[in-house]
Design a protein around this ligand. Sequence first.
Ligand code: HEM
Length: 374
Amino acid sequence: MPTGSNYLAYSPEVETIAPDEHVTFDELSRTMQHITRHMATRYRHAYRPVHAKSHGVLIGTLDLIPDLPEPLAQGLFAKGGSHPVIMRFSTNPGDLLADNVSSPRGLALKVLNVDGPKVSNHDGNTTQDFVCINANAFTAPDPKGFLEQIKTFDKNLDTPEGVKHAVSVAARATNAVLKAVNLPSATLEGIGASATHILGESFSSVAPLRYGNYVAKIGFAPGSESLKELTGKSIDLSGDYNALEELIKQFFRHETAVWDVKVQLALAPEDPIVEEKEKDFPIEAANKKWPEDKSPWQTVARITVGPQDTYSDPRQLFVDERLSFSPWHALEAHRPLGGIMRSRLKAYEEAIKYRARRNERERVEPSNIEEIPA
Ligand code: HEM
């Protein structure tokens, strides 16, 4: 149980919107598109500007826990029931690197058959996405900070893969290597993450979202023993260009996985255990991990994925090329919050449109799980 009980109530005032922030959002979106175009000249095909490489595409079931206490029974999680889900595992870079260049991992989740009012850009759809990474805090506090990082990244897109590999291997031992090769660390942002099994990871939204009457971050953590035993497990990434794809495939040949879906509710500044107003549970600083001792993660649902082919050609093509994930594919009850989240509305939308146009693919927002190829 949480040690603080005064959860922050959602109202539009929980956000602080800078009057000129759209200028930064436009620049972020342009920079992302520049990355995609640059990569498209290399690959003759447009990929996502970040998280370009997928490793597994899973179909499963989200089982909501009925009769949760009121602060947890909100939005999608208000009542019990089940929903089909699609999960796309990826790694951070915008190029299709060998998996021995280890980097942070992404998990994009799409929940189907979701009723209820959506944010205006997602009106008329019946999906709710959660787009997460294997971290509890983002690399930048706000859109301006992220723009600086992504611009450096954009300028250094042609760093040879061999250098990225050398750095990722060495960085597993020490970050000092980033200086040793004389490259700005943001160039190699996300490179050098530990070489562990991707299915043992926990993922979170990093930035907050509306949680019905409250405000929360959402996360996905190994729930079954089959996943827990993979947490932190070192893996050999050297042998196979697509080692992560193989690991996921191998697992789901016979095994079943369960992820716990958890939320961390923000506490109101009035709560006596929130020491400094705004500082413990900020909405506008995505680089701040919220203190778990004051508001622990609480389980609200479970996702079960049974044995299946996690990377069949038709499924991979459909999900990488025609499907898209965005935090703004959302219920109004799960509206993304804070500057980093607001900046993602335009950036994702423009990236998705550009990819569809460049590759001549018809974009799909599924209303039935049968649309996803086996
Ligand atoms: C909370 C911080 C963030 C997280 C957790 C995150 C995570 C992710 C993940 C996992 C994907 C891959 C989605 C997929 O599988 O289709 C992705 C894609 C993307 N991200 Fe982010 N991201 C964050 C912030 C941002 C920001 C601040 C921007 C730019 C303003 C951005 C721009 C993009 C774009 C353009 C794509 C590709 C969209 C597409 O073409 O389908 N992200 N992100």
